[in-house]
Write a protein that binds this ligand. Structure first.
Ligand code: PLP
Length: 632
């Protein structure tokens, strides 16, 4: 566990038991009355055909723990409640979940259900997100906020106004000044009094990767001048009391409470000014940004870590708002936050399998081989070869590496112009690898082939190098004696993972066991936010299978409450406008034309094999016998 820093990034939900398996405590550390869930047992139940009562779902697999969502919501709420109480703050905290972080129906429904007792709401950034937020909030508390962010056209604005008419506590947050005219027009047409917010472009700038939307030149929000014009226009229309909320978002993964306090303090000043102008201000919405410690380092100068706890985050926010409002004698506003990453990251784990591994083995060359090879080289490469041999005799190892590289480059040129043959090129590769191995400079990293698409399942790693904790979920009582990188199924050189938390370029992994032994399962943790919606269909690999797991009393301590296999080949083909049924018919005609045998058995088997391939998931069906082989 220490090798993989599980206690750093995993607490309080993940740890390792005495059998060396990762365990999950979905309710966090506060409730010790439930036994921990052994993740390997969950994976076996979901995917192992030999497991009794098993679900036989193909991997990769996302395991969702709704109880973790509940614990995250309660922890955030309680951190704010404590800060509010201890600082004598005069209002309350009321968060919203930005659905863009994970729009899965069950995730959003769970959040609304678990958060309704403390009026937790939703944030939408587009029309479909607004539609889903509207329908989900019908089952929530009537006081829960529905924050409408994002660029808005007339249709978006009219939907948001309709939501207000349906008695949902909807706020239209102006991202652009022009949206105000539409809001005024549409509200008059629909006869609804809107509640309006403004998103301020703060001067406070978050300098990390996620901060590009912040600062004066940020993509979103209104400048000071624009906010003043909005106030004037609303006043002129007699609608200034509709302006009730101030919003800002300085970026995801805010690294420190100092930066947070600067942003919140600046926003609180704007809030107080809006009160002075006569707006009926009620809510300060501090956006998202509550960070996740992906590498467990608690560092403030990295995109993958944060230097504060939930409690410290809440205390910094409350203190910054209170300080400004007290100085300006402004009534304390309701504090709203739009934390996404911090709510959903922990609740899902991506499980995938390492199916094979390959380590380049350096060829053994005898001194006669080496001599013969040297003599066979074209004249131009001869001097590089001599330099290499002489520095080897003198024991000048650095020079050996330089000459070996020169020799290799020269031989590649010769191969390109046709004066070196393939055997000679292979010999030069072998010789150079032998030199590197002898000198101890050879790469001892093993490539593990994983049954996964990085593009589909870990798009943020592919897109900008976001690191997630990835570890084997079992065999952790055994020392991992290999250094591995992970190579995915796609035909793309970027489909590999060669950077890991802690800045490592390889991951400690175990030797894969023989064919009939236990499979080797890896888990990617803290990926519940953003990854699912951003994932692409590169190489037509679709999403993973998904199960929901709840903690219960009983022998295993868990129950699978929902299981859905990932998209089939037909599903992903359909997403690209192919018609699997028509494709199958075309192939069937081809079989009739080309496969002739008595009784048509071979044709029927081939058709059956093709039909099954359409039906199956695009990933490797490890362990199952391929139907096309059966048809041969
Ligand atoms: N609110 C807004 C306006 C955002 O743009 C984002 C994401 O960047 C969020 C909330 C969620 O941020 P986070 O996931 O960092 O909490």
């Amino acid at each position: 566990a220490a090798l993989y820093r599980v206690n750093g990034w995993g607490a309080p939900y993940f740890s390792v038991n005495s059998s060396g398996n990762v365990t999950v405590r979905p309710h966090g550390s506060g409730t010790m009355d439930h036994q921990e869930i052994d993740l390997l047992k969950v994976v076996k139940k979901a995917s192992d055909p030999k497991s009794t009562g098993g679900l036989d779902l193909p991997l990769p697999l996302i395991i969702r723990f709704p109880d973790v969502l509940k614990n995250r919501l309660e922890s955030i709420q309680s951190a704010f409640n404590c800060a509010i109480e201890s600082q004598g703050y005069g209002s309350h905290y009321q968060g919203v979940y930005p659905v863009k972080c994970n729009q899965d129906r069950f995730v959003v429904e769970d959040i609304v259900k678990f958060g309704s007792s403390f009026r937790f709401g939703l944030e939408a950034g587009s029309k479909p997100e607004l539609l889903l937020a509207m329908s989900c909030l019908c089952k929530g508390s009537s006081e829960s906020l529905l924050i409408c962010n994002g660029f808005k056209d007339a249709e978006y604005i009219s939907l948001a106004l309709i939501a207000r008419k349906l008695s949902l506590n909807t706020v239209i947050v102006l991202e652009q000044e022009e949206e105000l005219d539409s809001v005024i027009d549409m509200s008059r047409k629909l006869g609804v009094l809107p509640v309006v917010g403004v998103r301020a472009k703060l001067r406070t700038k978050h300098s990390g990767h996620f901060g590009s939307t912040s600062g004066e030149k940020g993509k979103f929000g209104l400048t000071t001048t624009q906010i003043l014009r909005v106030v004037k226009k609303l006043e002129k229309c007699g609608m200034l009391d509709c302006l009730q909320l101030l919003h800002f978002h300085i970026g995801s993964q805010i690294p420190s409470t100092d930066l947070l306090a600067d942003g919140v303090g600046e926003a609180a000043q704007i809030y107080s000014e809006l009160v002075r102008f006569g707006a009926s201000m009620k809510v300060i919405d501090i956006g998202g940004g509550l960070g996740i410690d992906y590498d467990g380092s608690k560092s403030t100068d990295s995109d993958v870590s944060v230097g504060y706890t939930l409690e410290e985050y809440a205390a910094a926010v409350v203190q910054a708002v209170k300080f400004v409002c007290d100085r300006k004698s402004v009534k304390h506003p309701v504090i709203c936050s739009e934390s996404g990453r911090a709510i959903v990251s922990h609740h899902s784990i991506l499980i995938f399998e390492a199916v094979s591994s390959s380590k380049y083995t350096v060829p053994t060359l005898s001194s006669t081989d080496v001599k013969q090879f040297g003599e066979s080289l074209p004249e131009e490469a001869q001097s590089d070869y001599d330099n290499l041999s002489q520095s080897a005799i003198r024991g000048e190892y650095e020079a050996c590496l330089v000459y070996a590289d020169q020799l290799k480059q020269r031989c590649i040129e010769k191969f390109r112009d046709g004066t070196l043959d393939m055997e000679q090129l292979a010999s030069v590769d072998g010789l150079c690898d032998l030199v590197a191995k002898t000198i101890g400079a050879s790469d001892s990293v093993t490539t593990y082939h994983i049954n996964l698409s990085v593009f589909t399942s870990i798009p943020d790693f592919w897109g900008f190098g976001q690191l997630f904790p990835i570890i084997p979920i079992h065999r952790l009582e055994e020392f991992p004696n290999k250094k591995g990188v992970l190579s995915d199924l796609t035909c793309d050189s970027e489909g590999k993972i060669n950077k890991f938390i802690g800045g490592e370029s390889s991951l400690p992994l175990h030797e894969l066991e023989g064919e009939n032994s236990m499979k080797y399962y890896l888990g990617m943790f803290l990926g519940g936010a953003y990854e699912e919606a951003l994932g692409s269909l590169h190489n037509l690999f679709g999403g993973p299978s998904v199960i929901r797991v709840s903690q219960i009393d009983g022998p295993h301590g868990f129950a699978v409450t929902r299981a859905v296999p990932g998209p089939s080949c037909s599903d992903v083909l359909r997403a690209m406008n192919h018609e699997p049924e028509v494709m199958f018919e075309t192939l069937k005609h081809r079989i009739e034309e080309y496969v002739h045998d008595e009784g048509g058995m071979a044709g029927a088997l081939i058709a059956g094999g093709i039909a099954e391939s359409f039906h199956n998931m695009p990933y490797l069906s490890v362990g199952s016998s391929c139907c096309l082989t059966a048809a041969n």
